[in-house]
Design a protein around this ligand. Structure first.
Ligand SMILES: [Zn+2]
Length: 72
């Protein structure tokens, strides 16, 4: 499914494809490249918090590390 998101920063409509109706993770605006952490449940956007590039990279590192540990 595709969730439509309006960028809070530049008001550009974007979308994110999801495997589930519940999602918590990063979203990057394709236009202004702003990063946000979005939370959604049952196709409803619960929150959209600005995310710094630094925090985003840290998150990516944690995810990579988790994958390494789980052997996937
Ligand atoms: Zn934007």
């Amino acid at each position: 499914m595709i969730l439509k998101i309006k960028c809070p920063k530049c008001k550009t409509d974007g979308s994110i494809s999801l495997a589930d109706t519940t999602y918590e993770g990063p979203y990057r605006c394709w236009k202004c490249k702003a990063l946000f952490t979005i939370k959604m449940h049952n196709n409803q956007l619960l929150s959209c918090e600005p995310l710094s590039q630094e925090d985003f990279e840290r998150q990516q590192e944690i995810d990579a590390l988790k994958k390494k540990i789980s052997g996937k």
